[in-house]
Design a protein around this ligand. Sequence first.
Ligand code: C6P
Length: 412
Amino acid sequence: MKLDSQRLKKDFPILQQQVNDEPLIYLDNAATTQKPAAVLDALQMYYETSNANVHRGVHTLAERATNQYEAVREKVRQFIHANETAEVIFTRGTTTSLNWIARSYGEANVFEGDEIVLTYMEHHSNWIPWQQLAKKTGAILRFIPLLESGELDLKAAEELIGGKTKIVAVSHCSNVLGVINPITELAEMAHQAGAVVVVDGAQAVPHMPVDVQELAADFYTFSGHKMLGPTGIGILYGKRHLLEQMEPVEFGGEMIELVEEEDSTWKELPWKFEAGTPNIAGVIGLGAAIDYLSTIGMEKVHIMEQELIAYLWPQLEKIDGVTMYGPTDPAVRTGVVSFNLEGIHPHDVATAMDMEGVAVRAGNHCAQPLMRRLNLQSTVRASFYLYNTTEDVDKFVAAIQAVKEFFQYGTL
Ligand code: C6P
């Protein structure tokens, strides 16, 4: 059965409002997604019935909170097809997960003259941690170039990834170009070279089925808030044998086994990485988000987004002055559409669209190196999700026309 986005939209209280006297059309889902009532209810229910610290108390509430918290780890494991819950670590989000991998795995395994391979489309969160690691260790950063279509140049990747490569860090989906990258192929290249592959899955996990084993990812990271869950919660997945070698990045309560005056030992995986009181409510909310998405089915979410883009793309192509970025082939793209309107600054476009009730993002999208490669300062970005309908697309297209009229496109 096809996804009924109109019906799903009713599950999201925030989407029932008007903005600037127009029904809200929320198209900034790559920045963060809205939360269904099921997630909001789970948060409230947790605080009303089960709030306690986890892994510490023996009282009923502590046990209830701990059980709920650990049950979500199992849900995440199933959702991404990890081997075991020991490989699922709760963090603050993708950014934290990537920083931890660079700090812990990176500093222990990357040395002077080693190479770290990135792509030119990486978000700053999958760029700066490696840049800092390279500065600290004397390693060299190499970059996989992009083809004209916005896809990665895999021939160039094959040449770049070699004996000196220690890490290949790549986004599964770009937050600007909407392109889906071929992680399995890149992982194969990395593994043949004896390197590990670190995947930034922030824009993938919310939008398509992800199987970390099928992808052969050594590390995989994502954020709860981009998949209907709360902010401040994310996941670091790593293969057990890699996580076991790694030192924790943060130290304190909860992650220790034995503390002596001069030395300490750590808990086993995954808890050795979870120092301090974790974001328990965030974890519970993420669990509710996973339930919501799983009931729908991620394959359906993916297909629905592709259909929406297939409906939008030709309409955008017809508008005089619109330039779109990223691949035209819907098979390799998600619901992220970056574009510019000739002669009108992206921020002006986004502000004028807001007057029509349409929320889009303008800027460099935390991808300055990519913007430089594209010879751009910024773009407008509309990013779609499961509650966006073809009517939303129509209103979005109409809003672009209205913006053009407002700025008297072609007459100045
Ligand atoms: N991109 C966007 O509007 P955090 O902030 O840690 O949850 O996610 C960081 C991040 C990492 N990788 C990719 C590909 C991302 O898109 C993001 C977040 C938002 O595009 C905010 S800049």
